[in-house]
Design a protein around this ligand. Structure first.
Ligand code: ATP
Ligand code: MG
Length: 411
């Protein structure tokens, strides 16, 4: 699983990315700023990254000619989401350097393999059981209830999860997902959630961003705070060491984020990992001298890694599609709002609004990022707002002002 060091790809080369969402878009921005050309493969012709990339192949992730074309255009390829089929990464890897490698992505795609990897690395995870067969369902111990049933694959933003208090609810929840392989996790008493982003080069050099404190609402990240003193230093050091061990154990090349639970009582438990930049690291675009996307470019291109330096305390607020629906109107996830430079909102949908960006941008230290998505839907990540400030107290005040302006619940 080791990746031999290779010569650096210098600016002027072309960097490819599998996936055209907002993470791909921010990778493209970082690569282009350094003078790279970029190529994106994504089936959606209007994907956020495809719209800003030099090359955009709109094709399925398993489209063999498109993968060959991506390998022809790009000198190296990364990924912006963990559900890229392993087969696609294998096809690319036969032709070009691919980072992270297919083995690491395959582990991150599957909660059961992921938990086994954490355990191998000596990092404790939540008590859990694998449920793939009716016998395994019947054998679940009462100690795991109440718990959360999570599909082993393809979950994100709390999707593919059900909270279950009883064995009957557990059985119904497994029926509802048509008996796909699942992991049942014990529901833990959370005091806090934190995450760590590391970047590891092909030569084994590793750097990390400071520990991030995360608030989730409805299974979706809502707020990330990166402010001195918010996380106990011993705990923070433990989380960084655990994240580095997880990356080392995978012989990982690229940017990796590990999410943790802090339990009431102070114990640290790993939740999951993402083999790519992570929503909780977006603050680094504005609060750090190197962002997680800069680090992704450097690891892919084989450029030197230097430790990022946070220069300002930062708070990131996710901007979900809900903000386009005034409170009390549609929260139906099926209802979408189309808009964009060339398309006015359809006249039939009256209960929508554009968030008050002018008021937000009048706040000191406000950095607005919108991903160029053409349809707002409740729960959909449309952008994020990072506030940076001179000190923790004034920063928090500004972030709460931003919440009030946008209609985000205060934290
Ligand atoms: P992501 O978008 O981060 O990939 P996901 O769909 O993979 O999300 P998880 O990270 O597994 O979901 O869970 C989402 C949130 O649900 C967690 O951040 C946490 O707030 C809560 N949660 C998940 N598992 C547990 C648990 N075992 N005990 C208590 N809360 C949990
Ligand atoms: Mg998560």
């Amino acid at each position: 699983m080791s990746h031999p060091p290779r010569a650096a790809l210098l600016p002027g080369a072309t960097l490819g990315v599998m996936g055209g969402g907002q993470l791909g878009r921010m990778f493209v921005h970082a690569a282009q700023r350094l003078g790279y050309f970029t190529a994106v493969l994504d089936p959606d012709a209007t994907s956020p990254a495809g719209r800003v990339s030099h090359h955009h192949l709109h094709a399925d992730y398993l489209d063999t000619p498109a993968l060959a074309e991506l390998a022809r255009l790009a000198d190296a390829v990364t990924t912006e989401f963990e559900n890229v089929p392993a087969q696609a990464l294998a096809q690319l890897a036969a032709l070009r350097p691919v980072a992270p490698g297919g083995e690491a992505v395959a582990i991150a795609q599957d909660r059961a393999l992921e938990k086994a990897h954490f355990t191998r690395c000596g990092v404790p995870c939540a008590p859990h059981a694998l449920i793939e067969t009716p016998d395994q369902l019947a054998a679940v111990g009462d100690a795991l209830l109440p718990g959360i049933l999570k599909t082993a694959r393809l979950g994100y933003d709390g999707k593919g999860q059900a909270r279950v208090a009883t064995r009957a609810e557990l059985a119904r929840a497994w029926d509802a997902v048509r008996h796909v392989p699942c992991v049942l996790e014990k529901m833990l008493p959370l005091a806090d959630e934190i995450s760590v982003v590391v970047a590891r080069g092909a030569d084994g050099e590793m750097v990390n961003l400071p520990v991030q404190r995360n608030l989730h609402r409805g299974g979706i990240l809502a707020v990330t705070e990166v402010v001195d003193g918010l996380v106990d230093p011993t705990l923070a050091a433990q989380a960084v060491a655990a994240t580095r061990a997880v990356a080392e154990g995978l012989a990982y090349v690229g940017v990796l984020c590990v999410e943790f639970f802090v339990l009431e009582g102070g114990a640290l438990v790993v939740n999951e990992m993402a083999p790519r930049p992570h929503n909780s690291g977006h603050w680094s675009l504005d609060g750090s001298d190197l962002s997680q996307f800069d680090l992704q470019v450097r690891t892919l291109a084989g450029l030197p890694l230097v430790p990022p330096r946070q220069h300002s305390p930062a708070i990131m607020l996710n901007l979900l599609g809900d903000l386009w629906f005034p409170s009390g109107t549609s929260t139906d996830a099926q209802t979408g709002v189309h808009f964009g430079a060339n398309s006015a909102p359809p006249s039939g949908i009256s209960a929508t609004r554009e968030p008050n960006w002018s008021a937000v941008l009048a706040l000191p230290g406000a950095h607005l990022h919108l991903y160029g998505k053409t349809e707002a839907r409740p729960g959909r990540k449309m952008g994020h707002l990072t506030l940076t400030g001179p000190d923790a107290q004034s920063l928090r005040g500004t972030a709460l002002d931003a919440c009030d302006i946008l209609g985000i619940e205060r934290f």
